[in-house]
Design a protein around this ligand. Structure first.
Ligand SMILES: [Zn+2]
Ligand SMILES: [Zn+2]
Length: 559
């Protein structure tokens, strides 16, 4: 329906920050664009995945097409009928039934400029609001947070869009706006690994020169972070040592969610989503006692509350997206490893070809110097070096990749993925933390996606909480598969307790144990960090921005 290459509505029809065109814009619109059945595809875009029809001039999903055309486009009745029947085949569902897109995907062009919003930082909550006041009230009421000069906020800023715009119908979802679309990074589009046609030499790295220098200094600066770190957070997580002399930008990019063009990884993300959803669904039939043990961090004491589906479905999406990044990162590293091995197998005999000569050069060159080179930059070099393959993990991940490449049936794909998860979760690490894929990945996840610096404790704990939740849910399904629930008996309960004690509780040298203690440490540091803050409510910029907010809203409402 969108019609690539077709004319889009003129720039002046772009929406204001609140998504609704002003009155003047509306007048221009009705004068200049008479919607007809012929140009209807230029004005409206149907999104089949969400079953909504978006008006590209008004930037929201239309509920009653006839009414919308009549009221906002001043379309005559005969034309309205033609347009309505033009879209008759596009199935639409009510605003409450529409499923929201996964968090942090690229924004929809047709929905206009994303809005600023605020997301609650309480683990497993993630209340989202475009109103700073609303989120403040939420944090105060729900989490007993009080604004003190030292702990100003209990939320952070995100970009959001919504399909429906009318008051009370907005349901916001987070979008990856700054990284993908901000002007400074627009040129920095990176296509990583299309399995259908994959050559790592094809990794597109057309970052502009200024960007490079800036980011290079950032990446280097981060190596020095331990020296100036007063929180001891980085001493505890050992990220700076682990990532020393690595290019943080490359590592972070290697763990990004795939772009639309990367079908294979998109598919992997879908399988991962479906798997975690079915694990969560399986919790329902688990015994309450079992679920209390699952939720508990402690070795000998179940939690008061049982592990359960999160109240906010967006939280599950967000948490799942961290695991999707782990999966995509692992698949990219695997692919890169294979490419390397193939090249080595082919040997130097094939050096006559320009391509292999370039590959070899990029492999040998220091990454930081490689920026200026025209040859493909080996963005996976550090990831390959640091990725800790253990036991059968590589074999199992190869199975996952195969299941996707050859389009196994859904159940078989999920089973392959679950077995890989088992191999990386049910692992003991003792002193060698980064021999665990999961714990290595946490360091990668700890790289800020836009600034390429390491995240502080208060900026990371909510992510870690998400990984912990997913790990528990996956662990439950691995030990007690939901489809065998009817046959499970006391012996299985006993087996569950054993496995859980050994691998999913604190103080057991397990991957989970390391995560739990890091999470506890991160939370305590975040608290201290906030108490040691220097910003306060007397900050004039802050007072100004909060004071202006109601005024903006008022003026927009009265226009
Ligand atoms: Zn419209
Ligand atoms: Zn909350």
């Amino acid at each position: 329906m969108a019609g690539s290459g077709r004319k889009t509505p003129p720039q002046e029809l772009q929406t204001s920050q609140l998504g609704q065109p002003s009155r003047e814009q509306r007048n221009t619109l009705t004068e200049n664009i008479q919607v007809t059945a012929q140009n209807a595809d230029e004005v409206f875009e149907y999104l089949p995945r969400y079953k909504v029809l978006v008006c590209k001039t008004h930037r929201y999903a239309v509920r009653d097409l006839d009414e919308h055309l009549k009221r906002l486009h001043k379309t005559a009745i005969a034309e309205r009928r033609a347009i309505t029947s033009h879209f008759a085949d596009c199935e639409r569902i009510g605003h409450a039934q529409v499923t929201l897109p996964p968090p942090l995907e690229p924004p929809f062009d047709c929905l206009g400029t994303p809005k600023r919003a605020y997301i609650c930082e309480e683990p497993e909550c993630e209340e989202l609001s475009t109103s700073r006041d609303a989120i403040r009230i939420h944090c105060n009421k729900k989490h007993d947070w009080r604004s003190t000069p030292d702990q100003r906020t209990y939320w952070h800023e995100v970009w959001v869009q919504t399909f429906f715009n009318a008051a009370g119908l907005q349901r916001y979802f987070t979008v990856d706006y700054e990284t993908a679309f901000s002007p400074r990074k627009r040129g920095g589009r990176v296509v990583i690994l299309d399995t259908a046609n994959s050559r790592l030499g094809n990794v597109v790295t057309d970052w502009d020169e200024i960007d490079k220098k800036h980011l290079k200094s950032l990446a280097i600066a981060d190596r020095e972070v331990a020296k100036t770190d007063h929180t001891l957070w980085f001493k505890r997580n050992e990220w700076p040592e682990h990532l020393a002399s690595s290019n943080l930008r490359h590592l972070s990019l290697a763990s990004r969610l795939p772009g639309k063009e990367d079908r294979a990884l998109q598919e992997a993300v879908e399988v991962n989503k479906a798997l975690i959803e079915s694990c969560v669904a399986g919790l329902r039939t688990l015994d309450r006692e079992t679920r209390r043990w699952l939720r508990s961090a402690k070795l000998s004491e179940p939690d008061q509350r049982p592990l359960a589906r999160l109240q906010n479905p967006e939280s599950q999406q967000r948490y799942t997206s961290y695991m999707s990044r782990l999966l995509c990162y692992s698949l990219r590293v695997l692919q890169s490893q294979r490419e390397q091995e193939t090249q080595h197998d082919e040997g130097i005999g094939s050096a006559s070809s320009d391509e292999s000569a370039d590959d070899r050069r990029s492999e040998d060159s220091v990454v930081d110097e490689g920026y200026g080179s025209q040859a493909g930059i080996d963005v996976f070099k550090d990831a390959r070096r640091l990725y800790p393959w253990q036991g059968r993990q590589r074999q199992l991940l190869e199975r996952v990749q195969e299941s996707i490449t050859y389009g196994w049936i859904d159940g078989a794909q999920q089973e392959a993925l679950l077995q890989w998860y088992e191999s990386i979760i049910f692992q003991h690490v003792r002193g060698e933390t980064f021999k665990s894929v999961v714990l290595h990945f946490l360091a990668v996840l700890g790289i800020h996606e836009e600034e390429f610096r390491l995240r502080q404790a208060n900026d990371f704990s909510y992510m870690l909480a998400g990984v912990v939740y997913c790990t528990r849910v996956l662990g439950a399904e691995i030990i007690l598969p939901a489809r065998e629930r009817d046959e499970q008996d006391e012996a299985d309960d006993k087996r569950f307790r054993q496995s859980r004690d050994e691998h999913l509780s604190d103080g057991t040298f397990s991957v989970m144990s390391k995560m739990l203690s890091l999470l506890a440490y991160g939370k305590s540091i975040a608290l201290r960090h906030n108490n040691a803050g220097t910003m306060s409510f007397s900050d004039p910029a802050l007072l100004l921005s909060t004071a202006l907010l109601p005024l903006q809203v008022r003026s927009l409402l009265s226009s």
